[in-house]
Each structure stands twice: as structure tokens, then as C-alpha cells.
Design a protein around this ligand. Structure first.
Ligand SMILES: Nc1ccn([C@@H]2O[C@H](COP(=O)(O)O)[C@@H](O)[C@H]2O)c(=O)n1
Ligand code: CDI
Length: 157
């Protein structure tokens, strides 16, 4: 059993939705990113990579690589899951916190859990999605961007 943690931030920009946990969430803004800017999946990938000391998402999917421009971050998650499987590991559980004043995450949390569980091939009860504001403090409080934190356990299969 090994533990990993991940953290990601994207600034808000022009747009009408944000991708969170592979789910399209309507919002008054989008995010600035090379890929689809899904902070939930990026933090989760980093946590899973970190658990096996495999570096980070930027090492495997460099922002300098045009192949990842506008990429669906579910591709990153499935690729990271395959890296774990090659080494004899699977996700034990993931606990993820999204930090933003808006959009509200709660109404979309179940869909996000279902999407992540499907991509990882695990039961949905292994995936936790939570959210918090920062009570208007800091960059998330000023609605300048959105952040996510992920903690995982990975298990030897
Ligand atoms: N983007 C968010 C932020 C919060 N929630 C839900 O609201 C609850 C209260 O948030 P506080 O920051 O005021 O503690 C929080 O526990 C979440 O259930 C949300 O859905 N989306
Ligand atoms: C996801 C990648 C893909 O090029 O780019 P971004 O979408 O900009 O996301 P970020 O979390 O800033 O960096 C990691 C990159 O691997």
C-alpha cells in the first residue's frame, strides 16, 4: 500500500463551462489551460503518480507538446491508471477536494464520481468528491481561479 497527494490550480478565463472530474459544469467562465484544464483529474493523476514516485502529470504529458492541446483529461487519467496497472497497482481510494466560490460542485459530485470510477475500473465507493469555498479569501475567494487537492491510496493487486 502506498499513499500519494496531488494539487492543481487553473485561472478562470473566457468561456461558459469548466471540466471537473470529466464532467462539463456550466459556469460564467472557463479556465486557461493547455488541455481542458480539469483540475480534479490533474490533481488525481498527480496523486496517483506520486504514490508510485513516477513524477508528475507535466513529466508524462508536457504542456509543450501540441498533442495535449485541448486534450480531454480523462485520457491522462486512463493512461496513469495503466501505468499503475503495469506495475501491479490499482487505486484503493481517492479523496478529492475542489476549492472555489463557484460553480457549485455538490450537484455534479455524483456524476464526477461515476466518471472517475469508470475510467479507473473501480467501485464508486472508492471515489470521494468534496468541495469548499475559501470564504471569499485569496485567489479562489476572489473568483480568479479554481483549485483541487487529491489524496490516494494505491494497493498492490
Ligand atoms: N464550490 C463549492 C463550494 C462549496 N460547496 C458546498 O457548500 C458547502 C459549504 O461550503 P463552505 O466553503 O461555506 O464551507 C461545502 O461543504 C460543499 O458541500 C459546493 O458544493 N461547491
Ligand atoms: C495537463 C497539462 C497537459 O499538457 O497541461 P494543462 O492543461 O495546462 O494543465 P497543468 O495542470 O497546468 O499542467 C499539466 C500538463 O501536463
Amino acid at each position: 500500500m502506498r499513499i500519494g497527494q496531488g494539487f492543481d490550480v487553473h485561472a478562470f478565463g473566457e468561456g461558459d463551462h469548466v471540466m471537473l472530474g470529466g464532467v462539463r459544469v456550466p459556469h460564467s467562465q472557463g479556465v486557461l489551460a493547455h488541455s481542458d484544464g480539469d483540475v480534479v483529474l490533474h490533481a488525481l493523476c498527480d496523486a496517483m503518480l506520486g504514490a508510485l514516485a513516477l513524477g508528475d502529470i507535466g513529466k508524462h504529458f508536457p504542456p509543450s507538446d501540441p498533442a495535449w492541446r485541448g486534450a480531454d483529461s480523462r485520457r491522462f487519467l486512463r493512461a496513469v491508471a495503466a501505468m499503475l496497472a503495469e506495475r501491479g497497482y490499482e487505486l484503493g481510494n481517492a479523496d478529492i477536494t475542489v476549492v472555489c466560490e463557484a460553480p457549485k460542485v455538490g450537484p455534479h459530485a455524483q456524476a464526477m464520481r461515476e466518471t472517475i470510477a469508470e475510467d479507473l475500473g473501480v467501485d464508486i465507493d472508492r471515489i470521494s468528491i468534496k468541495a469548499t469555498t475559501t470564504e471569499t479569501l485569496g485567489f479562489t475567494g476572489r473568483r480568479e481561479g479554481i483549485a483541487a487537492l487529491a489524496t490516494v491510496l494505491v494497493l498492490h493487486t
